[in-house]
Design a protein around this ligand. Sequence first.
Ligand code: H79
Length: 435
Amino acid sequence: AFAQQKRIGNETDAQKDKRMEWWQDGRFGMFIHFGLYSGAARHEWVKHNEHLTNEEYQKYFDQFNPDLFDPVKWAKEAKAAGMKYAVMTTKHHEGFCLFDSKYTDYKATNTHAKRDLVREYVNAFRSQGLKVGFYYSLLDWHHPDYTMDDAHPLTQVDTTEANYKRLNKGRDMAKYRQYMRNQITELLTNYGKIDVLWLDWSWDKGAKRGKGADDWGAVELLKLVRKLQPGIIVNNRLGLYDYKDGGDFETPEQVGTDELAKYKGRTWETCQTFSGSWGYYRDENSWKTHRQLLDLLITSVSNGGNLILNVGPTGRGEFDYRATRALDSLSYWMHANNVAIYNCTYAPAAYKVPEGDKLTYSKVNGRLYVHLFNYPTNGKITLPGYNGKIKYAQFLNDHSELILKASAANKDDLELTVPLKKPPYEIPVVELTLQ
Ligand code: H79
């Protein structure tokens, strides 16, 4: 269906694999959504959802005062949770820039923060040994030349053609495209090596009044990015579907774990939230459980993908207690079980696990990892067709041996004995060494 003959650059598949190696092996990253919406504390789309004008939104700029902003603390929490990279919003759809851009006054340096928050983020995460990424929104609900589409805060009040015409009078997307190129140049020039660029749009050309590759000047923009940072990894949201190299990875957003199997064999990262929104949302009560978060991570890796899990810091610039608690739980699990995540991917097709359990496979040591989502109440696990293939079995968390023997019911199967008392991990992992 996708010919994808067209190309922007001339990188070989082997070169791309090499460029993306750290990212594929790391598997787990932190997304950070921080902006003026963090103070509104009711969704990063609040300006759209409540149809706010620039004037009505101005109070969030005036109030912006992240007095507890401490990205070293963030980086330490990310690292402890086992994350290998981070991607922070340098500008979200609202148009506010966390960096000191020459091309706008709508930036953190002109708020009570009085400084370039992107620079501090970069230095902090680098200092903790994490890779650093920038999120940059193609949509811009503040720039005077950005032509209004369906996603724009003011268009949904009156969706007539006449209103669109009126709202877009005097706006010039060509000028906005230049603004983006200028800012991307700043971001990819003034902060040293940047490892990931995460460009984000909302509705694309297929949608009514959506924008596509031409609106973003996508080909030119991507060429610019590659020129400024040859090693960078870029997501696929520029709308360049016709190109083989129109982006490095796919970005299934907030999809359920049961949808991830279809991405097997592709290059992808699912982006997920703790509670539904990306920006800090004080009253949102839909926080995922520890088990749901682990499920997202394990299911991603067991289908050959990455997970980037989002934190929305509060308006004061710190992770709230729910986020910190969730990260702490992940760090506890990862400390004991990260060997089943890093450098791992889906297992060879011959290996199956009991219904509900999941399998990962390490490219580094060639071992299989059985993630016990359903811990057996009788202490027995049947591994179908494994007889003769496994040399040794142990729990990953403490390297304690697990006794294996041929199944009495079927000699092709192995029966694994685990203790009746489940180890203190939400999802314990069995490591199988192959013959
Ligand atoms: O930055 C995060 C989101 O804000 C952004 N991408 C992630 C990484 C994003 N852009 N577009 N979308 C997500 C899809 C938009 C869905 C919407 Fe809605 C449905 C917009 C309006 C209705 C979600 C629900 C946002 C507001 C209400």
